[in-house]
Design a protein around this ligand. Structure first.
Ligand code: 3H9
Length: 692
C-alpha cells in the first residue's frame, strides 16, 4: 500500500518492507521523511510484523538530506527526529543499500539496527564537499564503526568507501547479491528474528574509539598531514573537531548537540553557500539552454588526435582511460615516438603509485595507435586537433582533415584563443566543427570548454556535453570569442598583474595576495610553471614587455630554472634579483613612477578586473549564465571552491559595491575598469549576477 506519494508499505511474512521512490536520488525531502516515519509507526503498531526493511527504488539509496530544502522552514519530522524514531524502534530495522548511501542517507542507515548492501554500493559522508559536516550524528556514529583514522579520512575527503570495505570494517553486516537486495534484506531480517538478535545501536559501541583515546596526538597529526589540502577551508577542521568530540568523555547526546552547533555555524557561513552553489552550478553547466535534453547524440567509438605533444598526448589519455580507441597522428617519427613514450611513462608512473594495475597500462596502450598519416583518421567519429596555436597552421590542418574524415565525423580544435568560426570555414562541414578546449595537464584537469560556433549543429554540441561526462570532465558550453571564457578573464588578470609589478608591487606581492585569497598558486608562479615562452615567438620578439625581455634572456620559467622567480635543482623558488632589475628598468623606460602598492590594491584591481570581464562575457552571450563562468574559473584556474567563483564572489560583495569599486578604480587607474553595462544594470535594479 501507498503511505504517501513517495513511500510504499508491504508485508512480506513477518517483515514490513518500506520502499521509498523519490527520483532522482531519493534525497531525504520532507515527503520522504514523513513517509518513512508513518511507515515505521505502522509497522510498530502491527503485531503481525516482527521487523522492518528500509529500501529505495531507482538508482540509489538515500543520497543525503535534500539540499534544495536547506534554508527553508523545517517540516517535521526533521531528519534527526526521524532518526530517533528509527533508532528507538522496538522491532529491528534493516537498511538495504544500493547505489550510494551518502550524507544524511548513511546517517539514517547508521541508526538502523542492521545494514545490508549489494557489492556495487558505496557509503560515504560527503558533506565536507558542500562546506558542511554530517549534522545528523554521522561524526559520532561513523568513528564507532570504522575507527577514528578512517572516519577522519572519510569525513574530510568526502569520498565514499566500497561496500566490501564497509563490510570488512563492520559498517555493513552482510552483502547481498547484485539484483537480490530486497530478498537478502528480508532474509536477514528473518534471521534476526529467528536468532533473537538484539536491537543493535551504533551509539552504544565504543571499542573502536579506544585506540584514539590512547593516542590523542592522532588529530594534530592528521591536521598536519593534510594542511595543504585543507588550507582555507573551514569544513574539514570542523569535521575533525566533531570526531575529537566523539572520543572525548562528553556524553553521546551532548556530543550530538555540539555537532549540531558546528553544523549550524557552517551552514550560515559563506563558504558552505559557495560550495553548495558550486554543486548545483556543476550540474547546471551540463544543460545548454537552447539544446533540449532529448537532442540525439552521435556515437563516439573511435577518436583521432592530431599532434602528439604534451596537449595531444594528455587529450588521448582521457579516451584510453575509458576504453575508447585513439589514433594519434604526428608529422615525424621522432615526435610520434616521443609522444607515445610519454603517454606510456605517465601510465607507468601511475601504476608505480598503485593507482593503476600493471595490466591496465597495457590495455590502455593497446588501444592507442600512432601514425604519420592523416588518412588513418578516416574511420574516427571524432578528431581533435592539438597542433601549434597559429591560425594558418590550424586552418591548413582542418582543410586536409576535411578531405579524409568520414561524413558526420566531429572535427574539434583544441585552441585556447583562436577564432573557431575561421577554423570551421576551412572545411566544407562547419556544422560538424567545434572547439574542445582542454586544460593542461589535459588528462588531469577537470574543465573542458566546449566552444560552439555560429554553425555548430545542436547534436554536435549535445555529443560533446555527453562525452565530457564520459571522460570525467565538466564540460561548459561557451560562445566563440577571443579566449572564450577562461582565458579572456585570465587576460584581464594579466593586464593588472603586469601593470602592478611595473608600478611597484613585486611578483611575490601579487602572488602572496592571490595565494592568501585561496588560489593554489600566484599569478607569476603559474606563468613560470606553464612556461613564459608559450605564445612567445623568438622571431618577432621586440623587448616590448617584461615577459618578452625575460624570454629573450632565456628565462622561460621553471623549465629553465629562471623566470619571474629563480629556481634550484628541486624547483624550489626564490625571488629573483635579475627579474626585479628587468622590471625596474622597464618601468623607468616606460616612464612609470614606482610607488608602494598595498595588498588591498592588488586584490581589488585583480579581482574586480576579472569580475568586470566576466560581466562583459555574460553581456555578450559568450557564457550563458554566471554560474558557468564560476565553474570555468574553479575547475580550470584554481579559483577557491569555497569562494564560489568570481561571479558568486561578486554577488556576495553586492552589485552596488562592485559598481562603486569599479568606478573608484577607473578614476585611479583608467578605463580598463569602465564598468560593464551589465554591472550598471544590475546595480540599478538591485539584482545579482545569478538573476541576470
Ligand atoms: C546532508 O546530508 C546533511 C546531513 O548530514 C545533515 C542534515 C541535518 N539533494 O549528481 P547527479 C540532484 S547534505 C537534492 O547529476 P549522479 C542533482 O542536483 C547532502 N538534490 O547524479 C541533480 O539534479 P538535476 C549530502 C540532489 O548519478 C540530480 O539529483 N549528500 C541531491 O551523477 C542528479 O544528480 C551529498 O552531498 C541532494 N542531496 O550522482 C550527495 N543530490 O538533475 C550529493 C543530487 O536537476 N549527490 N541531487 O541537475 C551526489 O553526490 C550525486 O548526486 C550522486 C548521484 C552520487 C548521488
Amino acid at each position: 500500500m501507498k503511505v504517501n506519494d513517495v513511500t510504499t508499505y508491504e508485508e512480506d511474512g513477518r517483515v514490513a518492507v518500506v520502499t521509498v521512490d523519490s527520483p532522482p536520488v531519493n534525497a531525504l525531502s520532507n515527503a520522504v521523511r514523513q513517509g518513512i516515519a508513518a511507515a515505521v509507526e505502522k509497522a510498530m503498531a502491527d503485531d503481525a510484523v516482527g521487523a522492518v526493511v528500509l529500501i529505495c527504488e531507482g538508482r540509489t539509496f538515500f543520497a543525503g538530506a535534500d539540499i534544495t530544502e536547506f534554508g527553508k522552514p523545517q517540516v517535521e519530522p526533521s531528519l534527526r527526529n526521524l532518526q530517533k524514531i528509527v533508532e528507538n524502534a522496538t522491532k529491528p530495522i534493516v537498511a538495504a543499500i544500493h547505489g550510494t548511501a551518502l550524507g544524511g542517507g548513511l546517517e539514517l542507515a547508521l541508526v538502523a539496527h542492521y545494514r545490508v548492501a549489494v557489492p556495487s554500493a558505496k557509503c560515504g559522508l560527503p558533506e565536507v564537499k558542500l562546506g558542511l559536516l554530517p549534522g545528523a550524528g554521522g561524526t559520532q556514529r561513523l568513528p564507532r564503526v570504522v575507527g577514528v583514522q578512517k572516519a577522519l579520512e572519510m569525513v574530510t575527503s568526502g569520498n565514499p568507501i566500497s561496500a566490501r570495505e564497509a563490510l570488512s570494517m563492520g559498517l555493513l553486516d552482510a552483502l547481498a547479491e547484485e539484483g537480490g537486495l530486497r530478498a537478502a534484506a528480508v532474509a536477514f531480517a528473518n534471521k534476526v528474528l529467528d536468532e533473537g538478535l538484539p536491537l543493535l545501536k551504533v551509539r552504544d559501541r565504543t571499542e573502536k574509539l579506544e585506540e584514539a583515546r590512547a593516542n590523542p596526538g592522532i588529530f594534530d597529526e592528521f591536521r598536519k598531514a593534510n594542511a595543504r589540502q585543507f588550507r582555507g577551508f573551514l569544513a574539514p577542521e570542523y569535521n575533525i573537531r566533531c570526531i575529537e568530540t566523539a572520543v572525548s568523555d562528553l556524553p553521546f547526546e551532548d556530543a550530538l548537540v555540539r555537532e549540531r552547533a558546528l553544523f549550524d555555524e557552517l551552514m550560515k557561513d559563506s563558504q558552505s553557500a559557495a560550495q553548495r552553489h558550486v554543486f548545483f552550478a556543476e550540474r547546471q553547466a551540463a544543460k545548454v539552454d537552447d539544446i533540449s535534453a532529448d537532442t540525439p547524440t552521435l556515437p563516439i567509438a573511435k577518436v583521432g588526435v592530431i599532434g602528439a605533444g604534451t596537449m595531444g598526448g594528455g587529450i588521448a589519455m582521457n579516451f584510453l582511460n575509458v576504453g575508447i580507441p585513439v589514433t594519434i597522428v604526428e608529422t615525424a617519427q621522432a615526435g610520434l615516438d616521443r609522444g607515445l613514450g610519454i603517454i606510456r611513462s605517465n601510465y607507468e608512473t601511475t601504476a608505480k603509485k598503485g593507482r593503476l594495475k600493471p595490466e591496465d597500462v597495457e590495455t590502455r596502450m593497446g588501444l592507442l595507435t600512432g601514425s604519420l598519416d592523416l588518412g588513418d583518421l578516416a574511420d574516427c567519429d571524432l578528431v581533435i586537433e592539438a597542433v601549434f596555436e597559429q591560425i594558418d597552421v590550424k586552418t591548413d590542418v582542418f582543410a586536409r582533415l576535411d578531405a579524409v574524415a568520414k561524413p558526420g565525423a566531429i572535427l574539434a580544435t583544441n585552441t585556447s584563443y583562436l577564432d573557431v568560426d575561421e577554423i570551421a570555414a576551412a572545411t566544407k562541414r562547419p556544422e560538424s566543427v567545434l572547439g574542445l578546449h582542454f586544460f593542461s595537464p589535459a588528462n588531469v584537469m577537470k574543465l573542458l570548454e566546449i566552444v560552439r560556433t555560429k554553425d555548430t549543429a545542436p547534436e554536435v554540441v549535445a555529443t560533446a556535453v555527453k562525452l565530457s561526462k564520459t571522460i570525467g570532465k565538466i564540460g561548459v558550453t561557451v560562445g566563440n570569442g577571443f579566449g572564450f571564457v577562461g582565458n579572456r578573464i585570465l587576460a584581464a588578470r594579466n593586464t593588472q598583474a603586469d601593470a602592478l609589478i611595473l608600478e611597484g608591487a613585486t611578483p611575490q606581492d601579487v602572488d602572496r595576495v592571490l595565494y592568501d585569497f585561496g588560489f593554489p598558486m600566484g599569478h607569476f608562479q603559474m606563468r613560470d610553471l606553464v612556461g613564459l615562452d608559450v605564445g612567445w615567438d623568438r622571431n618577432k620578439t621586440s623587448s616590448s614587455t617584461v615577459r618578452e625581455i625575460l624570454n629573450e634572456m632565456g628565462r622561460h620559467g621553471q623549465k629553465s630554472k629562471a623566470g619571474y622567480y629563480d629556481y634550484d635543482e628541486n624547483r624550489k623558488q626564490t625571488p629573483s634579483p635579475v627579474a626585479a632589475k628587468v622590471i625596474e628598468d622597464f618601468a623607468v623606460r616606460q616612464g612609470i613612477a614606482r610607488r608602494a602598492v598595498s595588498d588591498d590594491e592588488i586584490r581589488d584591481r585583480i579581482l574586480y578586473a576579472m569580475v568586470n570581464e566576466g560581466a562583459r562575457i555574460l553581456d555578450e552571450g559568450i557564457a550563458a549564465r554566471s554560474s558557468d563562468v564560476d565553474i570555468v574559473w574553479i575547475t580550470g584556474y584554481g579559483w577557491p571552491r569555497y569562494r564560489g567563483g568570481p561571479m558568486f564572489w561578486a554577488d556576495l560583495e553586492g552589485p552596488a559595491k562592485v559598481l562603486e569599486t569599479l568606478n573608484a578604480l577607473r578614476a585611479a587607474h583608467g578605463d580598463d575598469f569602465t564598468p560593464s553595462p551589465l554591472i550598471e544594470r544590475l546595480a540599478a535594479e538591485g539584482k545579482a549576477f545569478k538573476d541576470a
